[in-house]
Structures are given as structure tokens and as C-alpha cells.
Design a protein around this ligand. Structure first.
Ligand code: NAP
Length: 594
């Protein structure tokens, strides 16, 4: 494949520069801004008044998504009785509770993404599951482990304070609840903060506006998985062409009078290849198959040899290849970088050529082509998205520098006013690496009156990314940028985190330990390990188009402490082995016990 590195560099940098404009990252403060706060309201479950609850629990878990439900399920299996899950949503599911937009689907294979398939004796209906199937499965896990009756939904924690005398956390909520508990588990998720851009004039818009994470079926008609019935006379502006925006375009295009798609940066969109689960799939499965399948996928992601690629999709082909370029013996650093770049170019070129084969109008096809290295943005996968642009009722508005302003009639780009009835913001979420104290959204005050925000002001401070000195009996579910590791299949990390939390709680009980805290030395050592293995990504990432993955064009600002165990992406297997060995030893090395 013809590859002129200088020409490619120049094109990629020119495309990056079109997007590095002032105000690009401006977002609304959804907590403090009264008008913007309306975007957060729950359209799915009516809010009901209730009396405040004054109670004591063994464990309080903040977050009822995958991580929180798995933590609850494993704690239940370990014999913990009084578990309270608290969530601002009206039910369980976390991201799958909120994201019910038409076409919502998980891009990680369902047989690995839906947890506890063996325990629940469930086989997903399709290779990639739609959101509703995932939400109902998480609900089924919560029901199986009896986590719902004591859960507090539509409830936000306002402050949690450690009481040293009682050896318990005191949890306060916005419903007036006062809960004490022995263990406090933070399972708030990694993409839990909805992002609404701050675009001049947006509050003047007189039509209906909402975010994809709060889909208003009252406005569009229909229900998840069904056609949108009320859009036949409506013109819609869809802002954002990331994983969410592109998934909801085909159903919107089917239903609306017209859709204007406002694209700032095109996504790299690979083949999806979804299909119903083969009826024979379950027949050959042996006990332990799901963990083995997750490990097979993760091995490929880390560039380790496997006998067979069980997933066989864009992640294992393209993502893994770019993540682990071939390194031959005797290769110089320059040769290695050049080979890696050529491989990357070939994969991106394949994505660009795919568009030529699917989009009829050449000028639209050209505007949909992504020009940056593959890992600059999270890759997407879809088989119907591009075809939507062949319809007469879909118009692509390419606006690399963003939307100029929004008037009462709709968005303005290039001085042109687009008159619309509704604006749908598919503008995503604050980055995975958003510091934990911000993602938690409430103050946690530990020993000596020190808050987690104060303690983590200069970066994460933990043992194993899951416990932090001064915050006794508290666990944080592992997540990227938080001194644990990254997994493309987030479920795999959540499963392991839940097993670790439950295993530790069970062992503490068996040994009669009431209170644990992280020792100063152990925490300092762990932080040092993370910092020492940090690889500054600025070289490659600063040439990237701005995105959440490169800190919106400022990768040098990523703090080494806010990274992962085992360099870069992290080493899941080394991490798991380390923690399993720690637990099996039963000595709580690195903890102070009382
Ligand atoms: P996203 O990937 O962050 O995409 C947000 C989109 O909004 C981008 O196209 C962005 O443009 C655009 N945008 C943001 N601010 C804008 C502004 N002021 N003006 C114009 N456009 C603006 O968000 P997402 O699509 O919701 O996905 C978030 C993450 O959720 C994904 O990366 C993935 O991890 C997860 N997810 C997964 C699935 C799946 O499994 N299939 C589905 C949905 C979400 P720029 O690119 O220029 O910033």
C-alpha cells in the first residue's frame, strides 16, 4: 500500500489543527447550572417520595451498574447479609439504565460483556447485545442475589464521613438518609458524567433538546428496540458522531422527516458483523468457559499468543494489531516505529476505503473519512451507519471547529441557520480518566478530617488502585487511570474487582479484623511502581486529533500517578495474579489491622 510518511503526517496534523480551536472542551456544569440540570432528569422511572432511612448496613455500595451489582453479588456469595446499593438512577443497570437511545448496543462481544452468564445459565441472543438485553440481564443478577429490595434508587450520596470510634462510615444522602456501614464500596463507573457542550445560545432553543443518555421517547415516540413513531413531521439535529451518535442515526433516519448530523470529528468505524447466536453455541461450552473466553480476548489485546482467536472481530484484528506492532529481533527503535506507523496507516486506509464502498455521494464519503492514527480515538463498529447517508432525509454537516451557536430555531454552522424541532446531543461523557473525586460527586471524609479530594489532589494515591490510606474499610472498584489496569472489556475488570472486594471482606471476617487501613509504606511503594513504569504518551498522542484519550490534545498534562499498573494500557494478568496471590496468602500484607 502506497505510504508516504511525510504526506500522511502533514494530512493528520492539518486535520488535528482544524479541531484544536479555543472553547472546544467547554462543557456545562450539570450540577451547578439550573437550566442544564434539567438535562439530567430521569425520563424512565417516576420519582416517588419516601421517608428518610436511618439504618446500619454491613456494606454500602455507591453505584448500581455492572461494578456495583457484581460487588453486591460476590459479597452475597461470601455471606454478607445487609447490603445497600445507592444510585441516582431509578433502578439498576448504571450506564445501561441511562443509555436507552434507539440502536444502543455494546461493542464488546456479548458472551464476554454480560457477566455471570454461567451462574444465571443465560446465553445472549446476539453476538453483540442491544442495551435492553444487557439492562435486563443486570436486573436479573440483582434479583438473583436479592440486591434490589434494600437498594435506594433516585438517591444521591451527599457526604460520607469515617467515624473512628464506631469503626464505621456514616453516609448522608439527598433524601435525608443516614446510614452507617462497616464497608464502603465505590462503584460509580467510568463514564458516569454526562457531557453537555457549552454552545453559545443553546438555552434559547425553543424545541426539545436532550442527551442520548436521557432519550425522550415521549418526544420521539416508540420504545427501545421499536420504531420511533412520532418523528414523521419533525426535523432533528444530531450532534456528535461517536459510538452513541452513530448508533442512533439509522433508527432516527428511518423515522424523522429530516436529520442533520453535526460531525466535528469522523469516527473510525469498522465492520460490526452482528448476528443471532448460533443455536449450537451453548452445546460445546464447558464450565469456566466465560472466564476462559474473557482471558482469550484479553491475551490478544495484550499481544500474547493464543491457540485460537475466539472473538475474531475488529478488536482482536485491528485494535490488538495496532496496540502490539510486530517487533522483530534486532530491529532498531526507528524501524519499529516505522513499521508500527505503516501498519496503522494500512488499517486506517482500510476504514477510509470502506466508506467509499458504502456512501454513494463522493463529497459526503470524503467528509466521513477519519484522518488520524487508529488509537487516537476509541474505535467504533457499525454496519448500517454509512448507509443512512444515502437517504434523502439525512444531511451531514461537517464542522471540524464545532457549532458556532444555537438560536431559538436550531444550530448555526458556517453562518447557515438549521431550523429544527429537536436537538439530540450525542456528545458523550467526561473522560474515563476524570479524577475519581469528581466522578464520585460527593465528599468522602476519612481519618483526621481529610477528604478524598484533598488526598488525591495531586493524583491517585492507593494500594492496588482499590484502597487508599486514611479511608479505612473503603474499596474503590478498579478502573482506568486509577492505579489499576485497563481492559477493553470493562466487565472483566469489574468481575475481578468484585471477587477481590468480596474475598477480602470474607477473609477479614474470618480473621476477626474489624478495621483495615492501608499502611503508609505500602501505599508509597504502589504509587512509586505506577510512576516508575509510566510511559509519557506525548510523542505519538500529541500528533493525535484531540479526544478524551489524549486529554483533548494535551497528553502531557496526564499525571503519572493517574495511570495504570504495568505500563501504558496496564497488564491485567500480572495485576490479577498479584492480587490473587496477596489474597491467598491471607496475611493482608500492606494493611494496618485493628
Ligand atoms: P464520544 O465518543 O465522546 O463522542 C462524542 C461526540 O460528540 C464526538 O463526535 C464529539 O466530537 C462530539 N462533540 C462533543 N462536543 C461537541 C461540540 N461542542 N460540538 C460538536 N460536536 C461535539 O461519546 P459517545 O459516543 O457517547 O461514547 C462515549 C463512550 O461510551 C465510548 O467511547 C464508549 O467507551 C462508550 N460507548 C460504547 C458503546 C458501544 O459499546 N457501542 C456505545 C456508546 C458508548 P469530537 O470527536 O470532535 O470530540
Amino acid at each position: 500500500m502506497a505510504f508516504d510518511p511525510d504526506a500522511v503526517h502533514a494530512k493528520y496534523l492539518a486535520e488535528r489543527d482544524k479541531r484544536l480551536v479555543p472553547g472546544r472542551t467547554a462543557i456545562r456544569d450539570l450540577a451547578g447550572d439550573e437550566h442544564a440540570a434539567g438535562y439530567r432528569a430521569d425520563p424512565f422511572t417516576p420519582y416517588t417520595e419516601r421517608e428518610p432511612i436511618i439504618d446500619d448496613a454491613d456494606v454500602v455500595i455507591v453505584g448500581g451498574g455492572i461494578a456495583g451489582i457484581l460487588a453486591g453479588a460476590h459479597l452475597r456469595k461470601a455471606g454478607v447479609e445487609r447490603i445497600r446499593i445507592i444510585d441516582e438512577a431509578g433502578g439498576v443497570g448504571g450506564t445501561w439504565y441511562w443509555n436507552r437511545y434507539p440502536g444502543v448496543m455494546c461493542d464488546v462481544e456479548s458472551y464476554q460483556y454480560l457477566p455471570m452468564l454461567e451462574e444465571l445459565d443465560y446465553i445472549p441472543s446476539r453476538r453483540y447485545a442491544f442495551g435492553e438485553e444487557i439492562r435486563l440481564h443486570l436486573q436479573a443478577i440483582a434479583d438473583r442475589f436479592d440486591l434490589v429490595p434494600d437498594a435506594l434508587f433516585h438517591t444521591g450520596v451527599t457526604e460520607t464521613v469515617w467515624d473512628d470510634d464506631a469503626g464505621r462510615w456514616k453516609v448522608h444522602t439527598n433524601r435525608g438518609d443516614e446510614l452507617s456501614c462497616r464497608f464502603y464500596v465505590l462503584a460509580v463507573g467510568i463514564l458516569n458524567l454526562m457531557k453537555l457542550p457549552a454552545i453559545s445560545g443553546m438555552d434559547d432553543f425553543t424545541g426539545r433538546a436532550f442527551h442520548t443518555a436521557r432519550w425522550d421517547y415521549g418526544f420521539t415516540g416508540g420504545r427501545p428496540g421499536e420504531a420511533l413513531t412520532d418523528l414523521g413531521d419533525k426535523v432533528i439535529a444530531l450532534i456528535g458522531t461517536g459510538a452513541s451518535g452513530l448508533q442512533c442515526l439509522p433508527p432516527l433516519a428511518e423515522a424523522a422527516k429530516h436529520v442533520y448530523v453535526f460531525q466535528r470529528t469522523p469516527s473510525a468505524i469498522g465492520v460490526r458483523g452482528n448476528r443471532p447466536t448460533d443455536p449450537s453455541f451453548a452445546a460445546d461450552l464447558q464450565p469456566g468457559w466465560q472466564k476462559a473466553r474473557m482471558d482469550n480476548f484479553q491475551s490478544i489485546m495484550l499481544g500474547r499468543p493464543v491457540e485460537a482467536d475466539l472473538t475474531d472481530d475488529g478488536w482482536t484484528h485491528h485494535y490488538a494489531a495496532v496496540q502490539n506492532p510486530p517487533r522483530r529481533k534486532g530491529m532498531s527503535a526507528e524501524e519499529f516505529m516505522r513499521t508500527a506507523e505503516q501498519l496503522d496507516f494500512a488499517i486506517m486506509e482500510e476504514h477510509r476505503q470502506r466508506i467509499d464502498g458504502l456512501v454513494e455521494k463522493p463529497e459526503v464519503a470524503a467528509a466521513l473519512k477519519p484522518y488520524y492514527r487508529y488509537l487516537c480515538k476509541r474505535p467504533c463498529f457499525h454496519d448500517e451507519y454509512f448507509d443512512a447517508y444515502n437517504r434523502d432525509n439525512v444531511t451531514l454537516i461537517d464542522c471540524p471547529a464545532g457549532i458556532e451557536r444555537i438560536t431559538q430555531r436550531g444550530p448555526v454552522v458556517g453562518g447557515h441557520q438549521y431550523d429544527v424541532d429537536g436537538i439530540i446531543y450525542g456528545t458523550g461523557f467526561e473522560a474515563e480518566v476524570t479524577p475519581l473525586p469528581r466522578r464520585i460527586g460527593h465528599d468522602i471524609v476519612g481519618r483526621n478530617g481529610v477528604s478524598l479530594a484533598e488526598k488525591w489532589a495531586d493524583g491517585a494515591a492507593s494500594l492496588y488502585g482499590m484502597m487508599s490510606r486514611g479511608f479505612p474499610n473503603m474499596f474503590v472498584m478498579p478502573a482506568p487511570g486509577q492505579q489499576s489496569v485497563v481492559t477493553v472489556n470493562y466487565t472483566q475488570l469489574a468481575v475481578f474487582g468484585a471477587e477481590f472486594v468480596a474475598g477480602t471482606v470474607e477473609l477479614l471476617g474470618k480473621q476477626g479484623v474489624e478495621v483495615f487501613d492501608v499502611s503508609a509504606d505500602a501505599e508509597a511503594d504502589w504509587i512509586q511502581q505506577i510512576v516508575d513504569t509510566y510511559v509519557d504518551p506525548s510523542g505519538v498522542m500529541s500528533a493525535c486529533t484531540p479526544s478524551r484519550l489524549n486529554n483533548e490534545g494535551d497528553p502531557g498534562a496526564i499525571r503519572p500517578r493517574d495511570t495504570n499498573f504495568g505500563r501504558g494500557f496496564g497488564d491485567f494478568f500480572a495485576y490479577r495474579e498479584l492480587l490473587e496471590t496477596w489474597l491467598a496468602a491471607g496475611e493482608f500484607d500492606g494493611l494496618d489491622l485493628a
